[in-house]
Design a protein around this ligand. Structure first.
Ligand code: MG
Length: 237
């Protein structure tokens, strides 16, 4: 069956992998929200985030980590308050340099579109879709993405099969008609293959071992750069 759609992971796949210090990320928020107690607040928010990712991992994606706003609400933060919105802006500014798309992403999307393929994104994320859309718009990718699914807005997450079916349904394709591209063997490669998609692995992310419960998946192909993907699809045709 010919491939009609390619679905991409986001972090470490469409963006090059960056090591992020979880506490530093939250310090960027906390020093604006509550300068006097910034360090303690940053540590609490980092711990809350880590706990949510752990629930997601331990449930094998049956329970997603949820939405970023839930971390603030659990901390008793009023998410409509101006100082929260200012602090959230600082948090997003911290992330800005780490979310820049791989320069090969747009040319790849153009090649795939020219071949009549549909393009999807499926990301394990706590960010709302609005944040992701802004990032894709900044990097001139948004107009080339046919459908995107973010687990912040879903009950499940990768590698759960329902996460993959959500993006397949949004793209209107069957699993055998779709390839998945991701940088994680467990969440991405094993997850996509279990629903019948072919999986392309990008092997350059320095993923902490505690985030890889099982690395036994074997990808259908390995792409050392995004530009390798059209050739991989050709080899399957
Ligand atoms: Mg990734």
């Amino acid at each position: 069956m010919a491939v009609r759609a390619v679905v991409f992971d986001w972090g470490g796949t469409l963006t090059p992998w960056h090591d992020i210090d979880l506490v530093a990320q939250w310090y960027a928020y906390a020093e604006t929200y509550d300068p006097e107690h910034a360090s303690a607040l940053a540590h609490r928010l980092a711990e809350a985030e880590t706990a949510r990712w752990a629930v997601q991992r331990d449930s094998q994606g049956a329970q997603s980590a949820g939405a970023l706003d839930q971390i603030f609400l659990d901390e008793g933060i009023d998410i409509t308050e101006a100082r929260h919105l200012r602090a959230l802006g600082c948090y997003l500014d911290f992330w800005d340099p780490h979310t820049i798309a791989d320069p090969q992403a747009r040319p790849l999307f153009e090649v795939l579109r020219a071949r009549g393929l549909r393009i999807g994104v499926l990301s394990n994320t706590m960010w709302p879709s609005t944040h992701h859309r802004e990032v894709f718009e900044r990097d001139d990718l948004a107009e080339l993405i046919d459908a995107a699914a973010y687990t912040s807005e879903m009950p499940v997450a990768k590698p759960h099969r329902d996460a993959f079916h959500a993006i397949l349904d949004a793209l209107g394709v069957q699993p055998v008609e779709a390839a998945y591209v991701g940088d994680r063997l467990w969440d991405d490669v094993a997850g996509a293959q279990q629903v019948g998609m072919r999986a392309i692995w990008i092997p350059h992310s320095d993923i902490p071992s505690e985030q890889v419960p099982d690395d036994s998946a074997r990808p259908d192909a390995v792409a050392h750069q995004l530009a390798d993907i059209p050739g991989i699809l050709d080899s399957w045709a």
